[in-house]
Design a protein. Structure first.
Length: 256
């Protein structure tokens, strides 16, 4: 898994080497500013699992996009309302990696694409995201949260607050449901309705090394609810879901 994480960081290293002039551009006027990085993320092996697995995760955040005609997205301070792309990857679920799921169908890796929104006022922000699944699931997943933000100086930023996770029935049935064809004594036929499937807390920290590099870490806990909590799949694992991540990002400012 560590080898895979190195591969995930390779594009960041390459871009950092070949784009020194792009960094020197003034982050004003037509151009794009973004953060690119990689992280190692510790998450349950599958939704409802008690065992954790370390996976590489690419990081991309659009900070500013300004066109020659003056139309701009982002830029300025963090205050107010902002939109950005939202991307997530859900790993493959199989009996090869999780023998306790014998009899259940394999679920391939899913890529989720969508949009995230944030509103910040002083030391408080609310945030949310909606994403459409591709590949392993065809459902829709959404997140809603709020944070208290503490910045003791220009380098350190701490945040923490509640998180709510939602999914439509296509999503919940994919990961918490059991079809008639899969049904057994251990896994009876189960239908999982859409809605809130977990609630919890998240806390994180960011250290700004210099104008371009930053180091980030976070940890979270959530509790499965409703049909997700009652699923026979969750019964083989845990309703409590834990996560942690550690990553490095670099900012790039490229003028048009």
């Amino acid at each position: 898994m560590i080898r895979k994480l190195r591969f995930a960081a390779a594009p960041l290293v390459a871009l950092a080497v070949i784009a020194p002039q792009a960094q020197a551009q003034d982050a004003s006027g037509p151009g794009i500013s973004f953060e690119l990085g990689a992280a190692g993320k510790l998450t349950p092996r599958y939704f409802g699992a008690s065992k954790l697995v370390l996976s590489p995760v690419p990081l991309f955040r659009l900070k500013r996009l300004e066109f020659p005609n003056g139309f701009a997205i982002g830029g300025g301070s963090d205050e107010g309302f902002s939109l950005s792309p939202s991307i997530d990857v859900i790993g493959k679920r199989s009996t090869k990696d999780s023998p306790e799921l014998t009899g259940l169908n394999t679920i391939n890796t899913a890529v989720e694409l969508g949009v995230a929104a944030k509103y910040q006022m002083g030391n408080f922000r609310v945030l949310g995201a909606v994403r459409q699944g591709l590949g392993g699931h065809k459902g829709v997943r959404a997140e809603l949260g709020a944070d208290v933000i503490v910045k003791p100086d220009d380098q350190w930023t701490f945040h923490g607050g509640p998180r709510l996770n939602f999914g439509n029935s296509k999503f919940t049935n994919t990961y918490f449901g059991v079809t008639a064809a899969e049904a057994s004594a251990l896994y009876p036929t189960t239908t999982a309705s859409g809605g809130l499937y977990s609630a919890g807390l998240e806390a994180g920290v960011r250290f700004q090394v210099d104008d371009y590099w930053a180091v980030e870490a976070s940890a979270g806990w959530s509790r499965l609810t409703g049909d997700a909590a009652r699923s026979p799949i969750t019964a083989q694992g845990s309703k409590n879901q834990y996560s942690a991540s550690f990553g490095v990002v670099r900012r790039f400012d490229i003028g048009f």
